[in-house]
Design a protein. Sequence first.
Lengths: 320, 321
Amino acid sequence: MASEIQVSEPPSKRKFKSGKMKNNKKRPGNFPGTGEKKVKIDMRMKKLFRKRARDYNSDDEEGEEEEEEQQQQQHGIDAESNEPKEELDEFSEDEGEEEGDAEENGDSDDEGDAVQPGITKFSEGCRAFKMAFTKIMSKNVDPKDVLGPVLSGHKKLIAEKLAEEDSERKVKGEVKKEKHQVGEKGHVKPANFLDSHEKILIGVATKGVVKLFNAVNKAQNAQKGLNPSRFKDAKALGKRRKEAFYSELRKKRSQAADGPMKGTTSTGREGDDGPAWAPLRDSYMLTNSKLKDWDKMPEKTVGGDDLGERMVEDSSSDED
Amino acid sequence: MARMRSKKRKVFVKSTVKTPSVDHVTGDKIPKSIVFSRGKLPGPLKQLQKDLRKLMLPHTALNLKEKKRNSLKDFLNIAGPMGVTHFLMLSKTDAAPYLKVARTPQGPTLTYKIREYSLAVDVARSQLHPRCPPDLFKNSPLIVLSGFGTGEQHLKLTTIMFQNIFPAIDINTVKLSLCQRIVLLNYNKETKLIDFRHYSIRLQPVGVSRRIKKLVQSHNVPDLRSLQDVSDFVTKAGYGSESEADDEAATVTLSSDIGRVNRASNKSAVRLQEIGPRMTLELMKIEEGMCSGGIIFSEYGNGDGAKKEANHEEEEMDEED
């Protein structure tokens, strides 16, 4: 396993390690089992490294690889010295070093280890990649070129793909916009100022409110000072209410006839000759279907409902 | 699980307590309504639905959760036990959004096309000082119907429908401090459109300078730096920014005090401020039943006569079969 770890380390160290390897290789006589095992693993690793190296050097032809295998099994030195030149002829600077490495490897190969060549290739491949990358990066890119520096050879294909994506996005955006417009149909943002139409509407509403408030004022002023719990007053109150109500009704009708205004109307059952507070009336709760739980009703009114409570208080104060 | 269940039950009881079905003073049945949608609505219409629910407060289901599979029948089924008397249904077609107002359980159903609408948010955004006091939505609004007195049958029906959507006011017992909102429906004869507006009512004392009004309303100490004497604060008239001209028409004398500013002895001016939503409606048709039945009125073509008869004939045919 030690030999595999060395792989990524610089060549200067490798030499030292290879010396160690020699020691290892000498031992197999003592431990035959381990030696065999090592060789086996090495074969596997060799294949793996080779594969990686192939991936790096994408320019390689497949046929070459087969040749390599055969060659390496027979003569490690020849194969290694030739191969780098074929694969990396672009990077002429590397060649010298590689040859040197190959020689070193050759030395170790002599002692019966076939692993090293693949390993060297891998490490050199790294350097090659670096060189290629720096070369690409140093290139001056044409500003008119849409794609910029692209590594792939299929420049046309990529350009097409990009254009397609762009058009797709455009179509999607349009569809979304259309949907949004359909959703917003009829939605109008009001202006910051009050136009004449709005002013008229506010005027109409104000008139209605004023009319109602005045009517309420009249009705409630009339019953001030009278005590509904006394029989006489109650009778007078009822009469007054009736009159006030009918006069109010008549007034509204006449006004509605000459103007478009039709104020808030109340059903005003108060004008009938029943007592003011609903529970005192004969017909109270008879119209309600929930007569069953009549005993629960008072509880409910005492609890949370402030409106009802207020109303009840109001009417009781009227009676006092 | 048990805990969860008990909690839920508690909430349910609370909701039933809060909504009495009969007015305690007048003994009238309180109309209740629910606002829901038929079909899927786009975003702004969903907001309009929320606004409408808020407008219909307090006798409505503010947080009604609908499901896709809920049919009209489901709503009708809950309407009975919950005492719901009116449905407001929003729907949307490619042409326009529609609002249906129906009385449960028998109908009739009025279908309005919403020509234009603005949300409460839009209205508030258009105003310099949008107003929303905390208890604005605690009581039901007043309703003012204007221009419907032309004597036509379908307009009468519209009037009745919208009058009954909100609880009736009893002049003798109503407290004016509880009247805080108003819904206006204005019918335009020429265009046959109904303007639907929602205002808040504010009362202000007449003949009191702005500064004093402000001093009474908010307890803040006024800025007296620029004045020579305290009396200047009272005597110096502030700039009359508010339209004082049309005050005469909008003044009321109150029967009782409202708040700290409006005394019964003084005159008060009625001021309205829009709170939205705003809609322009066009009556399309009126159906006899709940979203079904004979057509009483139709905007397109004289649906009153021919279609109704045809429908009746069909029904008769069905009965015979």
